[in-house]
Design a protein around this ligand. Structure first.
Ligand SMILES: Cc1ncc(COP(=O)(O)O)c(C=O)c1O
Length: 388
């Protein structure tokens, strides 16, 4: 391995949200395993590109030539067999801004938007702040994985104008199969529901799982999907604020392009542009090593949880760098987060994702192995001393 991902990097004084937000409450020791960025250093190609550009003393307005759109089209073609051309790509400062923009553009106030639940909290806020009606279709725990309840989904899609899909799914880590996506597509077509597909985690999948873009499923999804993608999870660039939207349908593409420009989300920071180029063209070695490291952490966490914390139920994620931990076997599980916090361990509380997930916690394992071990040991210590 060329990268030293075992090194624990001090992020103090870098305005790192993951470290700053709970710093005071947690006291001197902090093990932040909540927000979705990695505690791993970016590729040297990205760092060098940023430093080189920063050394030039003028940071004026920038222009983007076709090569930037091509970068996205080519990466997603090579990685996931996406068939998009430069004209289909719209740049945006973030997936959530794109999703919120698409909700406003392709539905009206009072219209229904369906999500799979538990759901990434900003999805819920985007729907509610946009004054749309939120319909949740609960994923079912079948005993071997979380699955879509297609009868329920059909009921929820009947009433909706949009389906906001998250694939790979945050927080459960499911990577939906082609068959599942075909069934979703069939229902969306039947009820005339446009699909917004958040695919921000699509480059982070583990052996055995295969990511399929819903846009590739059939000619209907090709014309009725707004796909939101990004290099920021893959290459750990979230603070640089860059993403892309793929829309094949010409009319929808034109509408979105105009709206994104009008609200300013397609105006990309020059440093983000430098970073993306270096990430997509000169960071393949880093990416492979990062994925191996994540796979190692995923496995180590599974072994620890099975051996030392059998009261927590979980499935290994097929994608993403999250464990979705079912703590309902532990007394007063919804308060456990406070116990973790007292010991400096921060996980994302399940209540953020759904009321029915109050006994769950989402754990981000994209960190040095030593930090993961410390987090898991702390979790065990808190649970051992927890209310009987
Ligand atoms: C599913 C999902 N969508 C969107 C985002 C945020 O994306 P962005 O920073 O591009 O708005 C995240 C970040 O955690 C996420 O997990």
């Amino acid at each position: 391995m060329k990268q030293n991902f075992n090194e624990r990097i001090d992020r103090s004084n870098t305005e790192a949200a993951k470290w700053e937000r709970y710093g005071k409450e947690a006291g001197s020791r902090l093990i932040p395993m909540w927000l979705a960025d990695m505690e791993l250093p970016c590729s040297s190609a990205v760092r060098e590109a940023l430093i080189r550009r920063a050394e030039h003393p003028i940071y004026g307005y920038t222009d983007r030539d076709a090569s930037y759109y091509r970068l996205f089209a080519e990466w997603f073609h090579e990685q996931h067999n996406y068939q998009v051309t430069e004209e289909d790509v719209i740049l945006s400062t973030g997936v959530m801004y794109s999703a919120a923009c698409a909700i406003r553009l392709f539905s009206r106030e009072g219209d229904g938007v369906t999500v799979l639940s538990p759901a990434y909290a900003p999805f819920i806020h985007a729907v509610r702040h946009g004054r749309r009606r939120l319909y949740r279709s609960e994923l079912r725990d079948t005993g071997s994985r979380f699955e879509i309840d297609f009868c329920d989904l059909e009921e929820k899609l009947k009433k909706a104008r949009l389906f906001l899909l998250c694939n790979p799914h945050n927080p459960t880590g499911r990577v939906f199969t082609e068959e599942e996506l075909e069934r979703i597509a069939g229902l969306c077509e039947k009820y005339g529901v446009t699909i917004i597909s958040d695919e921000i985690h699509c480059d982070i999948t583990y052996p055995g799982a295969h990511f399929t873009p819903i846009m590739n499923v059939n000619p209907w999804t090709r014309e009725n999907t707004i796909a939101c993608v990004s290099p920021t999870k893959t290459f750990n660039l979230a603070g640089l604020k860059i993403s892309a939207v793929f829309i094949k349908n010409r009319k929808m593409n034109e509408l979105f392009r105009k709206e994104a420009a009008a609200v300013g989300i397609s105006s990309i920071n020059l440093f983000a542009m430098c970073a993306v180029k270096a990430a997509y063209t000169r960071s393949s070695g880093w990416r492979q090593e990062a994925m191996e490291y994540l796979a190692g952490n995923r496995q180590a966490a599974a072994v620890f949880l099975r051996e030392r914390l059998p009261e927590i139920a979980f499935y290994q994620p097929e994608g993403t760098y999250f464990y979705w931990l079912d703590c309902s076997g532990i007394k007063d599980a919804p308060s456990l987060g406070e116990g973790f916090l007292k010991q400096g361990l921060i996980l994302s509380p399940g209540a953020e994702f759904a009321e029915s997930s109050q006994s769950f916690y989402r754990m981000n394992f994209a960190c040095p192995a030593g930090m993961l071990e410390e987090g898991l040991n702390t979790m065990e210590m808190v649970i051992r001393n927890w209310k009987q």
